[in-house]
Write a protein that binds this ligand. Structure first.
Ligand code: MGP
Length: 204
C-alpha cells in the first residue's frame, strides 16, 4: 500500500512521540588528566620556571580528549622553548611535586634531522598519550605513571619524557620502558633518569 505525503508526515509524528529519549553517554577515563602548557620566560623576566607553567584543561572522558586534541596544535608545530604536559590530576609536572620527588623519567629523543621527523614525533606523542589515557598498562604500572612531557627546544632534538613516581620500582620501570618501545616501535635507545640528579639509570 502506498502512503501519500500527509500520511507519511502523520506516521513520522507518531513514531517520534514513541521514540525513547536517548541520552548521550560519555566514556569516562580511568584517571582524570590535566593538560599543562609551559612557555619559557623572556630573557629579562623575573618569572621563575614554575610560574611559566599553566593548566589548560582537565580531561576525564574520551570525548573531552578528542574535543581538546582535535583543536590542539600538533606537537611538531609547537613553538621552540615550549612544553606540553599531560599529568594525572593532582600531580604537577615538576620535580618538587611529592609524587615526582623520588621519581624518574623514560626519555625519548628524536633528532630534528630524522627522516619524516614531523610525522614520527606526532605519532610518538599520540601513541604515548593514548596509551596513558586509555590506561593500557597493568594497574601496578599505571600507579607508577605520573604523566608525560613534550619539550620543543631550539637544539637539534625534541624530547618526550614519561614520568614515574618511584625510581626504585625497577621491575615496573623496566616493564614500562620495554612496553613503550614496543608500542611506539621506536628504533633508537630510550634512557631512564632520576628526577633528583638526572643521571642515567637505564638504557633500552
Ligand atoms: P628541562 O626543560 O627539563 O630540560 O630543564 P631542557 O630544556 O631539555 O634542558 P636540559 O639540557 O637541562 O635537559 C631545563 C631547566 O628548566 C632546568 O635546568 C631547570 O632550571 C628548569 N626545570 C625543568 N624542570 C622539569 C623543572 C622542575 O621540575 N622544577 C624546577 N624548579 N625547575 C625545572
Amino acid at each position: 500500500m502506498e502512503l501519500n505525503g500527509d500520511e507519511v508526515e502523520n506516521n513520522d509524528d507518531k513514531n517520534e512521540q514513541h521514540l525513547p529519549i536517548k541520552t548521550l553517554s560519555l566514556h569516562p577515563l580511568e584517571h582524570c588528566w590535566v593538560f599543562w602548557h609551559y612557555r619559557r620566560a623572556r630573557r629579562r623576566s623575573t618569572k621563575k620556571w614554575m610560574d611559566c607553567q599553566r593548566t589548560i584543561v582537565e580531561i576525564d572522558t574520551i570525548e573531552s580528549f578528542w574535543m581538546f586534541f582535535a583543536k590542539q596544535r600538533s606537537p611538531s608545530m609547537v613553538r621552540i622553548n615550549q612544553d606540553y604536559a599531560l599529568f594525572k590530576k593532582g600531580i604537577q609536572p615538576m620535580w618538587e611535586d611529592p609524587a615526582n620527588m623520588n621519581g624518574g623519567q623514560w626519555i625519548f629523543i628524536l633528532q630534528k634531522s630524522h627522516n619524516n621527523y614531523d610525522s614520527v614525533i606526532n605519532e610518538l606523542w599520540y601513541k604515548i598519550i593514548m596509551a596513558l589515557l586509555g590506561s593500557i598498562f597493568i594497574p601496578e604500572i599505571m600507579d607508577q605513571i605520573c604523566g608525560v612531557v613534550f619539550s620543543m627546544r631550539i637544539s637539534c632534538f625534541t624530547k618526550i619524557s614519561i614520568w614515574v613516581t618511584d625510581y626504585r620500582a625497577i621491575k615496573h620501570i623496566l616493564i614500562l620502558g620495554h612496553e613503550l618501545k614496543r608500542l611506539t616501535k621506536f628504533n633508537n635507545c630510550i634512557v631512564f633518569r632520576r628526577n633528583d640528579n638526572m643521571k642515567t639509570k637505564f638504557i633500552l
